[in-house]
Design a protein around this ligand. Sequence first.
Ligand SMILES: [Cu+2]
Length: 153
Amino acid sequence: MLLRVIGTGHKAGRRPTHYPGGSMRSNVLTFVLGATGVLLLAACGGSTSPYGGGGGGGGCTPTATKVCTTPSLQFNPATLTVAAGTTVTWENGGGGAHTVTSATGSADTYDMSLAAGTVSHQFMTAGTYNYYCKFHGANGTPPTGMSGTVTVQ
Ligand SMILES: [Cu+2]
């Protein structure tokens, strides 16, 4: 969202360079606008730091039934073992928006968007449930990249 706002402003700011007259003034404008663009980009890069935090996992602490997403684009913990009937919760602890999506071969089907906050899924039957993030992982048996496994006993 922040990126989109900055992108629009940057594009709009470039419009004055299309003025036909006064090439000298136009060049100055271009330079100033260019510098502004760099500053905006720098500010944008810095804005990801709130996600990163100081190594605390972005404010999300895993529990026996909760998995956090991390700023380094992983599920933490990547493997979770729970009893049948347990509701597992995934909390967005950083790294932008994610999904919690069942992988091919998993005994259950779900595809949950995790832009912020939490999502949950109840695992009723014993088995191995592989899942992945559609933005940062790849489907497979098992999935790769940003992915995890819930073992239900
Ligand atoms: Cu992700």
